[in-house]
Design a protein around this ligand. Sequence first.
Ligand SMILES: [Zn+2]
Length: 61
Amino acid sequence: MSAGTLTGLCPECETDLTTPPMVQGETIACPECMLTLRVEEVVEGKLTFQMVEVQLRDWGQ
Ligand SMILES: [Zn+2]
C-alpha cells in the first residue's frame, strides 16, 4: 500500500487518474478531457469524482 497518492477514475473519459492527496470537495482537471472534477468521496486511497457543471455566465449583449 503506497501512501501519498490517490487514484480515481474520470467519470467522463474513464481515464485512470493518480493524484496527490486530496480531500472531499477539492477539484482537479482531468488531463484527458479537461473536465473539472470534484472529489465526492475518498475511501482507502480511492477517489470518487463528480463532474462539475461549469456555469456559463450570461453577459447579455
Ligand atoms: Zn476525463
